[in-house]
Design a protein around this ligand. Structure first.
Ligand SMILES: Cc1cc2nc3c(=O)[nH]c(=O)nc-3n(C[C@H](O)[C@H](O)[C@H](O)COP(=O)(O)O)c2cc1C
Length: 244
């Protein structure tokens, strides 16, 4: 392996499925690609996106308290590059120029991309300053819409080809954004090769559930109450261990 400059760590993390974050506040709207977007919680459903405070979209998210995460098909990759190259601050009609149109979001008071293959509508839960050049925008997922290609809880990728961002090329000549898309879908059985560990986890869970039931009987409380008490106690123990 060759050593890579630590300032380029994120290039090693690519390719990244790159959505377009859209927001509106007052009479203004903007949208921008954000490769640094990820899921962070099943319950409640939440996601994060790391956005630099100087982006127009950042300001609109903070002002309105809502935003959408839009997944475009690879056929629109040039449009995504256009809105990722210029800020609405300097080019207020950048979306029209890119051939993209904003429409009303369906469940939150915000905007979404008309041609998205999927839209995740969010309310702003928190903005976290991590002491770096991007802040973490934490979104509570309020509604999700996806095209026909999203079947049985997953993309079939028969029609939708996701946009995967690879970073910028730094070779001779002008720097370019590099993108890729998928060429193969493979289904791999859950737990294949680690069946024993999966079984062990299931058994451990059963044992713990049994112990909670027994505690509940002894304490004259419901198993749910006891689970919450355990969670409370565990949080204390783990907080001490994880203190940084
Ligand atoms: C593929 C791609 C991914 C990007 N990812 C991010 C990101 O995760 N966070 C961020 O703050 N900016 C990111 N940018 C830069 C913004 O999209 C860009 O600065 C945009 O013009 C901001 O627009 P606005 O000022 O109208 O909001 C990315 C740009 C491209 C082309």
């Amino acid at each position: 392996m060759r050593e890579v400059d630590p300032r380029h760590f994120h290039y090693v993390m690519y390719p990244a499925t790159t959505p377009v974050i859209a927001a509106r506040a007052g009479g203004e709207a903007s949208a921008m690609p954000a490769a640094w977007t990820a899921a962070v919680s099943f319950d409640p459903p939440m996601l994060i996106t790391a956005i630099a405070p100087e982006r127009k979209t950042y300001m609109l998210i903070r002002e309105s308290g809502h935003f959408t995460v839009n997944y475009l098909d690879f056929s629109r990759v040039e449009a995504l590059a256009v809105i990722g190259s210029a800020s609405s601050r300097f080019l207020p009609d950048k979306l029209e120029r890119a051939g993209l149109r904003l429409v009303e979001a369906r469940k939150v008071p915000s905007v979404a991309l008309a041609d998205a293959a999927a839209v995740i509508e969010c309310s702003l839960r928190e903005v976290v300053d991590v002491g770096g050049d991007h802040d973490i925008i934490v979104g509570r997922v309020e509604a999700v819409f996806a095209s026909e290609d999203f079947k049985d809880g997953a993309w079939s990728l028969e029609r939708y080809r996701p946009i995967l961002y690879m970073g910028r090329t730094r070779g001779p000549g002008p720097s370019k954004f590099r993108f890729a898309t998928t060429g193969e879908v493979r289904d791999v059985e859950y737990g294949a090769g680690v069946r024993q560990a999966v079984e062990e986890r299931r058994r451990a869970r059963k044992l713990v559930e049994g112990a909670i039931d027994e505690l509940a009987r002894k304490m004259g409380r419901s198993p749910e109450d006891v689970a919450y008490m355990l969670l409370d106690a565990l949080k204390g123990i783990l907080a001490r261990r994880w203190r940084v």
